[in-house]
Design a protein around this ligand. Structure first.
Ligand SMILES: Cc1cc2nc3c(=O)[nH]c(=O)nc-3n(C[C@H](O)[C@H](O)[C@H](O)COP(=O)(O)OP(=O)(O)OC[C@H]3O[C@@H](n4cnc5c(N)ncnc54)[C@H](O)[C@@H]3O)c2cc1C
Length: 455
């Protein structure tokens, strides 16, 4: 069968993208290297959509949780992954967890039997010339990663997540913390600063030394770039004052309460365009999540911090999407190629599935001579897409789970307890409006030439 489009990678994203394309009547070649004698360091089987670690798709609460809202949106849009997850659900409270083997087997069977999909067990080493979706995930084969790096520039391709924790802005106590840049440079208010006196600093330093760490997996040890992103606890082990000369340097930061530099300072930098999320600068860490929460809440100003993401350090191949991709996930330098799934810098099974679905829908519209308007930012899919294709700061771009911090903030006076519900109500209304609008147009809009179908 000749094909209209090539999907590379049969994980969560590639399987969903292939399904959406095939359902739209397009002929798809789906290439998956597992089953051809190739393997990744994490996958255990040859099945499509294998869940490499946990068997959970996380919260299924569509009223008060951004992940639950994403589940609901994907169900509404006819997701193969969500349909099979619901069929193979196992008890897990308000979470959606699945029998992983049956789930993967049923996705594989559905793909294999679809008359419009040819599943080929092969490794792809170079970027194809025709319409393509690359969904090769965090463990993309080295040969293809090299090809992607050659196209994007090597500095735009990361091999490691050096994740600093990210905090919701509205959970920071600004009576203690203050806005300032070192020596009042730049706008003078670019960072949120949390001051520490000597005793607080020494206790914090000891907490870093004592905290329980996640060990590196054998295959993570050899991954490049590790030296460039040293965990904060490793810095702490080098000496009691190392951090005060590094990420916790107080120099040039007058505390407005005392008019003096504190003993040490923890700085947070804006992480998204809306200003709702702030990352703790230089705090990438291998500490276990519970210890991170406990220790980071001892930082003055962060006593009640709510974390959109905790720190981490592990192998993860991803591109600098906000710079490289357009709003429909096309590579700007080669618009015949789209990226989908975790390689775009979303994080997690269901987020990868969501971006796989969007890549499939965008490509299907384009190949049938239409354009598809991206979903509104107020939806979970739109918020996630916005983070990937423009909402995040390019230089500090790091993978991210879906969370309310990616959504446009709810404005006006609201009770904190009501806010999650307001996000999900607004998201549902926005999705309904999008579905009922003429979101697929036969002609590309005059003012958006980048949406024109590629050759
Ligand atoms: C060790 C580990 C543990 C994780 N644990 C969790 C977790 O508990 N929960 C969670 O939500 N997320 C977890 N993740 C993240 C998880 O990998 C992603 O959320 C999800 O699998 C990404 O989906 P994807 O389709 O983008 O990539 P994948 O599911 O990895 O699929 C990519 C596919 O592409 C194939 N491939 C790669 N290169 C080529 C090539 N050149 N040619 C052909 N095929 C190729 C691979 O074999 C693979 O099947 C974990 C990741 C790792 C590495």
């Amino acid at each position: 069968m000749t094909h209209d489009i090539h999907v590379i990678g049969g994980g969560l994203a590639g399987s969903e993208a292939a399904w959406q394309l095939a359902e739209a009547g397009l002929k798809v070649r789906l290439s998956e290297m597992r089953g051809s004698g190739e393997e990744t360091p994490a996958h255990q089987t040859d099945g499509l959509a294998e869940l490499v670690c946990s068997n959970s798709f996380r919260s299924d609460d569509a009223e008060a949780n951004a992940v639950g809202l994403l589940h609901q949106e994907l169900r509404t849009l006819g997701s193969l992954i969500m349909r099979q997850a619901d069929i193979h659900r196992v008890p897990a409270g308000s979470a959606l967890a699945v029998d992983r083997d049956n789930f993967s087997a049923s996705v594989t069977e559905a793909i294999d039997q679809h008359p419009n999909i040819t599943l080929v067990r092969e490794r792809i080493d170079a970027l194809p010339d025709g319409p393509t979706i690359i969904a090769t995930g965090p463990l993309t084969a080295a040969s293809l990663a090299a090809g992607i790096g050659a196209e994007t520039g090597r500095e735009a391709l990361a091999f490691f997540d050096a994740l600093a924790p990210i905090v919701h802005r509205d959970s920071i106590d600004m009576d203690t913390a203050w806005f300032a840049s070192r020596w009042d440079k730049g706008e003078g208010k670019d960072y949120i600063n949390c001051p520490m006196d000597k005793d607080q600093y020494l206790a914090f330093h000891q907490g870093l030394i004592d905290g329980e760490k996640t060990p590196f997996k054998e295959w993570e040890k050899d991954t490049p770039y590790f030296d460039g992103c040293m965990p904060i606890e490793v810095m702490a082990e080098r000496g009691v004052d190392t951090l005060r000369y590094g990420p916790m340097k107080p120099v040039g930061l007058d505390n407005p309460k005392t008019g003096r530099w504190p003993h040490a300072v923890v700085q947070l930098r804006q992480d998204n365009a809306q200003g709702t999320l702030w990352n703790i600068v230089g705090f990438q860490t291998k500490m276990k999540h519970a210890d991170q929460v406990r220790l980071f809440r001892t930082i003055p100003g962060l006593e009640n911090a709510e974390f959109a993401r905790l720190g981490g350090l592990h192998r993860n191949t991803f591109i600098r999407s906000p710079e490289l991709l357009d709003e429909t996930l096309r590579l700007k330098s080669r618009p015949n190629i789209r990226f989908a799934g975790q390689i775009t810098g979303c994080e997690g099974y269901i987020e990868s599935c969501g971006i796989g679905m969007l890549a499939g829908l965008f490509a299907a519209a384009e190949l049938t001579g239409k354009t598809l308007t991206p979903p509104p930012y107020a939806t979970a899919l739109g918020a996630l897409l916005g983070h990937i294709t423009g909402g995040a700061e390019v230089e500090t771009y790091q993978p991210m789970n879906v969370n309310f911090g990616l959504f446009p903030p709810i404005t006006g006076r609201t009770k904190k307890a009501d806010r999650k519900r307001m996000y999900t109500d607004r998201g549902r209304a926005a999705l309904a409006e999008w579905l009922n609008s003429p979101r697929q147009q036969a002609e590309p809009a005059d003012n958006s030439p980048e949406l024109a179908p590629s050759a």
